[in-house]
Design a protein around this ligand. Structure first.
Ligand code: NI
Length: 192
């Protein structure tokens, strides 16, 4: 089932999400719906608060980004061909490597893209769908997508990294998004 995506301005996008227990009702179905929703909206990642649940789950698929690259482009990243994975109860362990810029967007903030600096490498602790614990290190585009989605479960958005001037320049657009004055080809809910 495709779920509506929550637009910028909704309080759930500013909530620090909670860990879940293995008996969380209909977890398998919810994760299935997250995948379906992410692909239906051409996203490379989706976090639970974006579908109005304040729990620590996100799905991501960096293979989609590599699929659109030529062989030379792929060579500049250490993590090609990317991964497709669900992260439950994720907690950041360590950030390493130098910060690099990448043009990011977000399904909750349509039509806005900005260059955002993030660390090259992330070590993250999480459980899989069987609630088996993992601690894993990711880099490149994969780390980029993970960090963007991880921010969502911490109540942060990519626009938070913009300098005040840049932020002021997009203020009107953000206001419009929260009021539904934006055209998108996927289902959304708007806070105002
Ligand atoms: Ni996002």
């Amino acid at each position: 089932m495709i779920l509506p995506i929550v637009a910028y301005g909704a309080p759930v996008l500013r909530t620090v999400c909670k860990d879940i227990q293995p008996d969380y009702p209909q977890l398998g179905k919810f994760i299935e719906d997250m995948w379906e929703t992410m692909y239906a909206s051409s996203g490379v990642g989706l976090a639970a608060p974006q579908v109005n649940k304040d729990i620590r789950i996100f799905v991501m698929d960096s293979t989609q980004i590599f699929a659109g690259m030529n062989e030379d482009e792929k060579k500049s990243y250490t993590d090609a061909p990317g991964i497709k994975q669900v992260f439950i109860n994720a907690h950041l362990e360590e950030l390493e490597g130098k910060e690099w810029a990448y043009n990011e967007g977000c399904l909750s903030i349509p039509k806005i893209r900005e260059d955002i600096y993030r660390n090259e490498t992330v070590t993250i602790r999480y459980v899989d769908e069987q609630f088996q614990p993992h601690t894993q290190t990711f880099s490149g585009i994969t780390a980029r997508v993970i960090l963007h989605e991880y921010d969502h479960i911490e109540g942060k958005l990519f626009i938070d990294y913009l300098k005040p001037l840049k932020r002021r320049l997009i203020k009107g657009k953000l206001e419009d998004i929260s009021k539904g004055k934006v055209s998108v080809d996927y289902k959304m809910t708007f806070p105002r």
